[in-house]
Write a protein that binds this ligand. Structure first.
Ligand SMILES: C[S@@+](CC[C@H](N)C(=O)[O-])C[C@H]1O[C@@H](n2cnc3c(N)ncnc32)[C@H](O)[C@@H]1O
Length: 294
């Protein structure tokens, strides 16, 4: 399926403004042409639906802010400004968009980390935002979340207080293992719904192992959701239809509170926000969620 350029034309003004500011460009047509050029390069690496539909260009933090002033994103920002040496990880970071927004919103670039299976997406992110590893020196660590040589633990890891006193040399890391129990805020958007039910649990446990066990640490994200959890058809393109397990707010809460983390040790919020992409074969709702250590 070709890129749905009409979706780029309909990109919300708030997102367009973010790109204009990042790129220091005023001409909106020029900004859109630039986004389309990078999207077609990214589509060659892997033909994700979010590239076809340009949903990757929608800044997810707006969705969290719809949850109110103490939204997960705002809490993550506060934690990173108040907790000494707090680290912010974006898992499945793609172009690193949310990290760039977090840095724009005050998180020190020396304390943000992007991680993804494909380093090519991260490199394209520099092209998308007109930066270099020198002008945007966030750490990037490539790897597969399901590979135990990349994340070895499954489930919560108790934070070592001595480790929290210092920021590790993030640029030298080749796996996330040294960061187990060390990250204060973890963001994962449009990642979980890529996998079947079992793998989603495994992924949740792997990501949970990276989280600091200090109170207030949080994992948050968005993905496709529905009222009743279950397998449903997920149309990627006419020739490639797959079945996906899509969570409901209830099933998602149960997964984190009592399965990934011991029951009662975390507070999980999960809410459905309707989306309208009916002309594209994806319709339904987005699950906006957070899991916070009590
Ligand atoms: C659909 S994209 C979403 C990107 C971005 N977070 C967003 O919201 O626009 C999914 C991302 O997860 C990454 N990913 C997929 N499988 C992964 C794995 N096993 N380990 C790490 N990252 C993975 C992909 O490379 C891709 O960047």
């Amino acid at each position: 399926m070709p890129l749905q350029l009409h979706r780029l034309e309909a990109l919300p003004q708030v997102d367009l403004d973010f790109f204009k500011e990042q790129l220091d460009l005023k001409n909106e047509a020029e900004v859109k042409a630039h986004i389309a050029r990078i999207a077609s390069k990214a589509y060659e690496i892997y033909s994700y639906r979010c590239i076809e539909l340009f949903t990757f260009a929608q800044i997810k933090t707006g969705l969290y802010d719809r949850m109110g002033p103490s939204s997960a994103y705002q809490r993550a920002l506060k934690l990173c400004s108040q907790r000494e040496n707090a680290l912010f990880l974006e898992f499945g970071t793609f172009f690193g968009t949310t990290l760039r927004k977090a840095v724009m919103d005050g998180v020190p670039v020396s304390r943000v980390i992007g991680s993804d299976l494909h380093s090519d997406f991260w490199e394209l992110g520099h092209e998308l935002f007109g930066t270099t590893p020198i002008t945007f020196p966030a750490a990037f660590i490539a790897g597969d979340a399901f590979d135990s040589a990349f994340i070895s633990a499954r489930g919560p890891v108790t934070t070592n207080d001595a480790d929290m006193q210092k920021v590790p040399d993030l640029q030298s890391l080749t796996s996330l293992i040294p960061l187990q129990g060390r990250i204060s805020a973890i963001h994962a958007s449009s990642v979980f719904h890529l996998f079947n039910e079992e793998k989603q649990v495994d992924l949740a446990r792997a990501i949970a192992s990276l989280l600091s066990s200090q109170s207030g640490s949080l994992i948050f994200g968005v993905q496709l959701g529905q009222e009743v959890a279950g397998v449903r058809e997920f149309v990627r393109r006419p020739t490639d239809q797959t079945m996906r397990f899509i969570h409901s707010p209830e099933s998602w809460k149960k997964l984190w509170d009592g399965n990934v983390f011991p029951a009662g040790s975390v507070q999980v919020e999960a809410k459905l926000v309707p989306i309208n992409l009916k002309d594209t074969g994806v319709d339904g709702s987005i699950l906006v969620w957070s899991c916070t250590v009590l």
